[in-house]
Design a protein around this ligand. Structure first.
Ligand SMILES: Nc1nc2c(ncn2[C@@H]2O[C@H](COP(=O)(O)OP(=O)(O)OP(=O)(O)O)[C@@H](O)[C@H]2O)c(=O)[nH]1
Ligand SMILES: [Mg+2]
Length: 641
């Protein structure tokens, strides 16, 4: 059994609700006011099970569980109509044979196409009242230049029962041709009703899209990220443990209060999302747009998304206004935050809610910098193919140049796996560099790598005595990069011609060597240290000028000198002798004080104290109170180079 959602559409009084009742047995008009006035005011719901008759080609055809949403046709309730069709798979456009195409037939059709509904079935109702030939022609004519030109048109009457079976068959054929609703594991439930049931508590209903929900799940009420637990789930009055996209869903959330914590227009998600009050969209106006005058930049308008409606200011990026038949990049500055995904559709109506102005496709849900024209233009190309994951991923990287893959396109209509696979494809084709915590446009990455390589090699030239460039120095040249990106850059360099040595990075082939002008300084240093091997002069005294400091550093990096503290360096040989003397002394005489050891080694306090601390650090000795004893396990520790 496959799940789909069908919604009615069409002018007031054309027989939408009567048709739903004839098809399902359920009267979708449930409000007393609707019954009294004989019109639909708010959304109504019904359930229909359909199947394609078996044939020799297809002996086991699928069956369909269809959630039907019946919408109001009256022009005063278009906003309710929009709330009903935000996530549908198929539309049933109802046109009464005796009245033909009317203003809300036209407006509903426009809204369906703005929302990206791909298929519809037309029901010509009330065929018992009038000949349907000329209406059929009229409908065909009206649909000619729309995505629905080939839609089936079925003549019906709920009075005579004509066409009801044909209509069911036509609907079943359409559903059979549709892909199942997408499951990207990012469930969203756009709430269309929130009420309290005695003894049960808060119940919300809506159409589930984009992912499953389960009893016991923690959900978040958006845009406030308010968490709650799902106590029970129903679809079409039946208790279930789990529901999948494309199902009408009733959710029991006893911890939340209707009207306070949760309302129609809110969205339930199974993940936390950061809500945003700015959306970058491509707005399009049909040539059949209701209003002839252009929409000016900075106009206030109602933005409909899912079951919510928010007032917003429209700011066009590259134009001052938008006429019928045109499209333009715009930023919507919303008065309240919304959970929209990249690829979502929305409807823009005028501020007073009388006319439908435009349809939009969201291409950026986090437009922090609207002024970056280049990036915006790249991202906007997503609107041309909102279902293309490669396009969404590539434009995201091409625009931002460097991104963090883990949360990349999180708020989009693609699953994490689809996004990951698209990244891999781009990496395989050499379009991007892909690391664990970074992805970057290949051109940009190469530029960064080449810059870093040049810096390192330049350092080898100017400081041949150093074993490499200090990473901290390199980092300061790349201070605009995020830490993770810099780390990835270093890792990538080291996967190629470079190598990390301690706190430095060097070309693999680089060997430090002392240039002639420093050799004399180095010799002098070694001589000075060798003169008093266990009580050498301090570092400041040894390396007073620039040459001596460079020579000292070279000798330390080469391992000829050991730095035991910031102040004291020792020749490797001297250090080794001192260590053995100390070890032997303690081994023979037992734990000793610093002063005893100093006398025995014939050193000074200035050198002995940091030396013993050094021995503690490398695990040769262990201090307890005033005494030093040997640490047995590491008795033969070697000084680190
Ligand atoms: N003769 C005849 N009357 C019909 C038929 N279908 C609906 N009607 C009548 O048309 C009127 C309007 O029908 P509804 O089903 O309420 O129309 P609707 O399109 O749902 O109207 P709204 O929801 O208010 O837009 C009712 O009085 C129905 O009895 C039909 O096939 N033949
Ligand atoms: Mg109705």
């Amino acid at each position: 059994m496959r799940n789909f959602i069908l919604a009615t559409a069409g002018h007031v009084d054309h027989g939408k609700s009567a048709l739903v009742k004839a098809l399902t047995g359920t009267d979708p008009d449930r409000l007393p006011e609707e019954k009294a006035r004989g019109i639909t005011i708010d959304l109504g719901f019904a359930h229909l099970e359909l199947s394609v008759p078996p044939s020799s080609l297809n002996p086991h055809p699928p069956t369909f569980s269809i959630g039907i949403i019946d919408v109001p046709g009256h022009e005063d309730f278009v906003r309710n109509m929009i709330a009903g069709i935000g996530s549908i798979d198929l539309a049933l456009l109802v046109v009464a044979a005796n009245e033909g195409w009317k203003p809300q037939t036209e407006e509903h059709l426009l809204i369906l196409s703005y929302l990206g509904v791909k298929r519809l079935v037309v029901a010509l109702t009330k065929s018992d009242l009038d000949n349907t030939c000329h209406v059929t022609d009229q409908v065909r004519e009206k649909l000619r230049d729309t995505p629905f030109a080939g839609a089936p048109v079925i003549t019906t009457s709920v009075r005579t029962g004509v066409g009801l079976q044909d209509l069911k068959s036509a609907l079943a054929r359409e559903f059979a041709a549709l892909p199942s609703p997408r499951n990207i594991d990012k469930a969203r439930l756009f709430i269309d009703r929130a009420f309290t049931l005695h003894g049960i508590g808060t119940v919300v209903t809506g159409t589930l899209v984009d992912g499953p929900v389960r009893v016991g799940d923690t959900i978040f009420v958006q845009p406030r990220n308010n968490p709650a637990r799902v106590r029970s789930l129903q679809t079409h009055g039946r208790d279930v443990d789990v529901l999948y996209p494309g199902t009408r869903t009733a959710m029991n959330l006893p911890d939340l209060r209707t009207g306070i914590d949760i309302n129609r227009g809110d969205v339930i998600t199974t993940q936390r999302f950061e809500p945003g009050s700015m959306l970058n969209v491509v707005l399009a106006r049909s040539l059949r747009s209701q209003r002839a005058t252009a929409i000016k930049s900075r106009t206030s308008a109602q933005v409909h998304h899912g079951t919510s409606r928010v007032l917003a200011r429209i700011i066009f990026a590259e134009t001052d206004s938008l006429a019928a038949g045109e499209r333009a990049i715009a930023q919507l500055r919303l008065e309240a935050p919304m959970i929209a995904f990249v690829g979502d559709r929305l409807i823009v109506r005028d501020a007073s809610g009388r006319q439908t102005l435009a349809g939009g496709i969201v291409f950026d849900v986090d437009p922090t910098v609207f002024t970056r024209n280049r990036e915006r233009a790249i991202l906007a190309s997503r609107a041309a193919a909102p279902d293309d994951v490669d396009l969404a991923v590539w434009t995201g990287i091409a625009g931002a140049e460097i991104i963090e893959p883990s949360r990349f396109l999180e708020r989009s209509r693609f699953s994490a796996a689809e996004i990951g696979a698209a990244l891999q494809r781009l990496a395989r084709h050499g379009e991007i560099f892909l690391g664990e915590s970074v992805a970057a446009k290949m051109l940009v990455w190469r530029e960064l790598s080449e810059r870093a390589a040049a810096s390192i090699q330049n350092n080898h030239r100017t400081h041949p005595e150093r074993r490499g460039l200090e990473l901290s120095e390199l980092r300061s040249e790349f201070d605009s990069l995020a830490p993770a990106v810099f780390d990835a850059l270093i890792a990538d360099l080291c996967a190629n011609d470079f190598v990390r040595i301690g706190s430095t990075i060097a070309k693999r082939s680089h060997r430090a060597n002392l240039p002639p002008e420093l050799r004399a300084a180095a010799d002098k240093l070694v001589t000075a240290l060798a003169q008093k091997p266990f009580d050498p002069p301090g570092r400041k005294e040894l390396a007073a000028d620039q040459n001596q400091r460079q020579a000292l550093r070279f000798l330390i990096q080469q391992g000829d000198l050991i730095e035991i503290s910031g102040e004291i360096v020792l020749l490797r040989d001297s250090l080794e002798k001192m260590r053995m003397t100390v070890s032997d002394f303690i081994a023979t005489n037992g734990p000793a004080t610093a002063s005893q050891l100093r006398q025995h080694v014939a050193s000074s306090r200035r050198v002995m104290i940091p030396f013993l601390e050094y021995l503690d650090r490398i695990g040769v000795t262990q201090r307890s109170g005033d005494l030093r004893q040997l640490r047995r396990s590491k008795s033969s520790a070697v000084a680190p180079s």
